[in-house]
Design a protein. Structure first.
Length: 436
């Protein structure tokens, strides 16, 4: 049984951010068992804490960032890759700016600072996510697969396909993550850009403080005013980025990951799927079910009953901002008796009703709305995109747009597999249960 680990002493790192160019100071501090990796913005009121977890990822271009409310931490991937490689489970990372430093645009300085701080074991056992079944995400021709693997570690194969660019070409590399090999073979690999990309970023004022001597700017002949640290440095850095992004699962991932042309956005999608799998695993171990709310708890919140209760379980809740529920559609549903009996299709109005019920469960997460009913006021931009038939599993997603004392507004989607079956914007009035 592996034990959790943290650092022994404080560590420090100072430098400018890769994108913003502002200088920032990082202080690494030990953290107690089961804390996880938590970033702390010390330059804002209240010293905002942001756990390094997939639900906190902010939408950004060409990097991975996390946020809480309006406060964000930019470009965390190089730091998180070093944390993962050193098998650190619990860590406080204090930062006095918006973006982590990128001293040489690699993970090496983070690895050295944390290694120098020393690593110590703690008392509690380490929690791992072992990939039991294949998972995939894709966008265009870019794909990532997470697969079971027998050797007990994280194995990554990356296919970097720049076949049309002679300065990089096609690079395929397989790597098994270990502390020793990461320091010498992976951490020094630097961020790279094509020359045309670098010019576009500079024109927008992004990374204006960076020159080709500081990172790899590549034209058709190779690096400009620089040399490769490894003949395949580009694919190695892509693997470092992927390791850092997967660290946002919040625990070590055990299995094999195969990626083709993936970037941060796709890496983050895979991290979210693995994070959700880890949460389900925890619930199964603790409660014997993967549900955040099972049908018994749902019935304590919603007044709906058969045949109009259209949510079977809730599998994910993010505060009062986002919720995911499940409706298993079977041929035994009462409405199939009369709704196209020869070609049973779930009525679109009931799919919208299911999304509204999930929204009501979301609003109930805020204490002041507990005991209140979400009564439908209006529906806008309703679209029914796919027929839902017996055997389908509807994944019902509601995201809060606005939540006030008496009214609420959310965006909803109903998915079958990865296909949108329906969507709508729904507004509610929140009324006391006893007044109905």
């Amino acid at each position: 049984m592996k034990l959790q680990r943290t650092i022994q002493d404080e560590g420090k790192l100072v430098g400018k951010g890769l994108f913003g160019g502002e200088e920032a100071r990082v202080i690494f501090r030990p953290a107690p068992e089961d804390t996880g990796v938590v970033f702390v913005r010390t330059d804002v009121a209240g010293a905002v804490r942001i756990p390094a977890l997939s639900p906190n990822v902010a939408e950004r271009s060409r990097r991975t960032s996390i946020k809480k409310g309006e406060v964000s931490i930019e470009t965390v991937e190089h730091c998180m890759a070093a944390v993962s490689a050193l098998e650190i489970d619990n860590l406080l990372i204090e930062l006095d700016g918006a973006e982590l430093p990128s001293p040489d645009c690699s993970s090496l300085d983070y690895f050295k600072a944390l290694k120098q701080a020393g690593i110590v074991e703690q008392k509690n056992p380490r929690r791992e996510l072992v990939i039991r079944k294949p998972i995939s995400v894709s966008s265009g021709d870019s794909t990532i697969y997470a697969l079971p693997h027998a050797d007990g570690g994280l194995n990554v194969t990356y296919d970097l396909d720049y076949s049309g660019h002679t300065g990089i070409g096609r690079q395929i590399f397989s790597y098994r993550l270990t502390t020793e090999s990461f320091e010498t073979n992976m951490a020094p690999a630097r961020t790279f850009l094509l020359e045309v990309e670098a010019r576009q970023l500079h024109a927008r004022g992004v990374g204006a403080h960076i020159s080709p001597k500081d990172l790899l700017v590549i034209n058709s002949d190779g690096p400009i005013k620089n040399t490769y640290r490894f003949p395949n440095e580009c694919v190695r850095h892509k693997i470092v980025d992927l390791i850092g992004d997967l660290a946002l699962v919040g625990r070590p991932v055990i299995g094999r990951v195969v990626a083709y042309k993936s970037g941060h956005a796709l890496n983050q999608q895979m991290a979210r799927k693995l994070y959700e799998q880890a949460q389900q695993q925890d619930r199964m171990e603790k409660f014997g079910t993967d549900a955040v709310l099972d049908i018994r708890r749902i019935q304590k919140i919603l007044p709906h009953r058969y045949p109009f209760l259209l949510v079977d379980k809730i599998i994910d809740v993010e505060g009062d901002t986002r919720i995911r529920g499940v409706k298993n559609v079977t041929f035994n549903e009462q409405f199939f008796q009369g709704h196209f009996p020869g070609t049973p299709i779930m009525p679109g109005v009931l799919i919208v009703e299911a999304m509204a019920q999930v929204s009501g469960l979301l609003f109930a997460q805020r204490l002041e709305h507990t005991g209140k009913l979400a009564v439908l006021l209006s529906m806008d931009n309703v679209k029914l995109r796919k027929a839902v038939v017996p055997g389908d599993q509807l994944i019902l997603i509601a995201e809060t747009v606005r939540l006030r004392r008496r009214t609420a507004h959310c965006k909803c989607h109903a998915m079958v597999d990865d296909v949108v079956a329906a969507e709508a914007e729904i507004k509610f009035m929140l009324v006391d249960d006893e007044k109905m």
